[in-house]
Design a protein around this ligand. Sequence first.
Ligand SMILES: Nc1nc2c(ncn2[C@@H]2O[C@H](COP(=O)(O)OP(=O)(O)OP(=O)(O)O)[C@@H](O)[C@H]2O)c(=O)[nH]1
Ligand SMILES: [Mg+2]
Length: 353
Amino acid sequence: MKFMAIGLGQAGGRIADELVRLDERAGKTRRLKILTGAFAVDTDASSLRGLSSIKVDQRMVLGEAKTLGRGVGKDSLLGAQIAEEEGFKIVDSVRQTKRFAETDFFLLAGGVGGGTASGILPVVARLLKERYPDKTVYVIAVLPFEHEESIEPIFAKNAASGLKSIQPAADAVFLIDNERFVRKGISWQDNINEINQKIVEPFFNLLCSGEEKKAKHVGVSTLEVSDIIKTLSGWTAIGYGKTDLALITLPWDKSKDETQKGAKALEEAISELSIACNPSDASGALYLVSAPPDEIGISLIKYLGEYLRNIAPNATIRYGDYPYGKGYIDITVVLSGLKTVEKVNSYFARSPS
Ligand SMILES: Nc1nc2c(ncn2[C@@H]2O[C@H](COP(=O)(O)OP(=O)(O)OP(=O)(O)O)[C@@H](O)[C@H]2O)c(=O)[nH]1
Ligand SMILES: [Mg+2]
């Protein structure tokens, strides 16, 4: 599955930068290409200079005439106005990239507490869908930290207006709650980088597995692009868990051991979901198991499927296996089409208009 990344605002730019590094890792470790292009768009020129992996000619400043390249200062209405006037520049630029035709979907990212992301992202999502109706548009929407919301109400206000207009414009919205990643005792800078790595990590196997060409890495049941597209809609949570496998397991313990390890990875993926949600609200769910080929047995696949069926009884469940790696089982879980998400509802309740 190949995608084009477009980061909006400072958080969005950094996440798109991280997605470029994910693609570099896919190239180095698996000889796969998962990214067709990456752009960072901001109203603030200095934020773009802080990026390291997105090419300089794919960083765009919008609204210069209005803001002199100094940003919109959390004003999402100004962000939206700039996007209505200049969003066409993004929509035109993506078409000029070499690999545009290979793009299965656009992945837009932004921190919806900011004025640039909450204002520009929904407009760009809409323009992309209008211009390229055969391509899917997914969004990574990063929710503000609690300390930001308690110090300054504009973060929650932007999140409310941003999410309200992103949801109908995009095919699915991955909700990422910054607060769930906060770890004490790490510097802000280190923490942000670590958070961004953790945000993109669950996408790695999901994107690589459908692109895999080597027979030994093609699973018995592969998650196709169509499986992913059918699963994803509306509010979406994603999670990832990983467990080490014992180096030596006695043959008669193997199946039990592999199921226990898989169960542990799945529990981690569920407890580490990107947003707190109730799985029974999901209309679609998927899981992808990646492990050395002889570790993915029927009993493991069955156990994982039954576990998900129990917690997400209303979801159509799709799954895949991806034989890869040594010494660990990792599991990616997606819960999508969530009817309701408490944190989103609380933004809407605070900013009803
Ligand atoms: N996960 C993550 N969150 C970030 C990052 N940078 C900023 N944020 C959060 O994203 C939200 C929006 O901040 P910015 O990205 O700076 O805002 P912006 O879209 O540039 O908008 P303005 O600066 O208001 O024009 C806030 O809640 C930040 O805490 C980042 O690199 N990663
Ligand atoms: Mg900014």
